[in-house]
Write a protein that binds this ligand. Structure first.
Ligand SMILES: NC(=O)c1ccc[n+]([C@@H]2O[C@H](COP(=O)([O-])OP(=O)(O)OC[C@H]3O[C@@H](n4cnc5c(N)ncnc54)[C@H](O)[C@@H]3O)[C@@H](O)[C@H]2O)c1
Length: 302
């Protein structure tokens, strides 16, 4: 049993706590928002109910997750600290600088950043060698993958330690050779999102059509055969012919995304606003959350 300290009790922080507690670990969770800490128990219960964990273990798992009201309190017991605060470099800098006086110099710290550079996050730290990029996917208690990346100054023993702990949890771990924004998964995911937005900008199709194409073709294929194996399967000569012909036609947008910018200017921010690329009538958010988890569970059970 390892005692984890999680900073940030939001979507990822509480989900990571559930994943750890299900494996028998202890998780203290600190958040600067008292309302988040007050609601932690209820959100953990909801996650465990959705996981369909049998009744008795729910209590045991829930009891291993405790809210903590200060970084000092979190640091007192944590053998490993996981940073899961908002995705802003300045916030992560402030939090890590405030944390370090409360933990021993060799206590590992994992950052769950999605796209920030591990080396840049570590710049605020007195002991940057202990910071490892450990990127979980939502929901962390369901998705097997965790990506692990070192920053420029990360000690190799800290990377190996993170890998071993996560592998023992039953996670599918991948180790990047070096720090790169977005790890592997988000780079691939947002390359596809950029192209999808470009198709909308060009008037090629509706947003729903893009989801239909992905869900009925690529999404099905990729759970069985990844794009590298598929490239070999169809032959690298054909792969070269296709990418050589298509690459010049693909989006290279880096800043302006007209469809996205127009919707944002109209306050159509998606689910929270009730409208975005798609319409979000009442109840759709819950239906999507349930379909997402049910779909992942279905794929995992095959
Ligand atoms: N949402 C995802 O699917 C996902 C997936 C992988 C990684 N991530 C990354 O995980 C991190 C957290 O994302 P999230 O989706 O859980 O965000 P979230 O907004 O749900 O939660 C962030 C939490 O951090 C807390 N917080 C902010 N500043 C703080 C501070 N100074 N001290 C203590 N707590 C503070 C907030 O109160 C909030 O509860 C981000 O770096 C994000 O990029 C998100």
């Amino acid at each position: 049993m390892t005692r984890f300290g999680i900073i940030g009790g939001g979507l990822m922080g509480h989900g990571i706590a559930v994943a750890l507690a299900q494996a028998g670990h202890h998780a203290g969770v600190f958040d600067h928002d008292p309302a988040v800490l007050a609601g932690l128990g209820a959100r953990v219960e909801q996650a465990l109910t959705r996981c369909a964990v049998p009744a008795h273990p729910v209590g045991a798992v829930r009891d291993r997750i405790v809210p903590v009201d200060s970084l000092a309190g979190l640091g007192k017991h944590a053998e490993v600290v996981i940073e899961a605060v908002s995705e802003r470099l300045a916030i992560k800098h402030d939090v890590l600088a405030a944390l370090e006086p409360h933990i021993a110099p060799d206590t590992p710290v994992w950052t769950n950043t999605s796209v920030l550079s591990i080396s840049r996050i570590a710049k605020a730290m007195s002991y940057p060698q202990r910071l490892v990029g450990v990127h979980w996917w939502n929901p962390p208690y369901l998705i097997p993958l965790v990506e692990i990346a070192p920053g420029a100054n990360t000690g190799s023993a800290h990377v190996a330690h993170a890998h071993d702990l996560l592998a023992a949890l039953g996670k599918t771990t991948v180790r990047l050779h070096r720090d790169i924004p977005g790890f592997i998964g988000n780079r691939l995911q947002f390359a596809l999102v950029r192209e999808a937005l470009y198709l909308l900008d060009e008037g090629v199709c509706e947003p729903e059509t893009i989801d239909t194409v992905v869900r009925s073709s690529l999404g099905l294929r990729w759970t069985a055969v990844g794009p590298m194996e598929n490239a070999d399967y169809i032959g690298l000569d054909l792969t070269k012919a296709i990418i050589g012909s298509l690459a010049p036609a693909l989006s290279t947008q880096t800043y302006d995304f007209p469809t996205l910018d127009r919707l944002l200017a109209q306050q159509r921010t998606g689910r929270p606003a009730g409208a975005g690329l798609l319409a979000w009538p009442a109840g759709r958010d819950r239906e999507v959350a349930e379909r997402l988890e049910a779909g992942i569970r279905h794929n995992l059970s095959r």
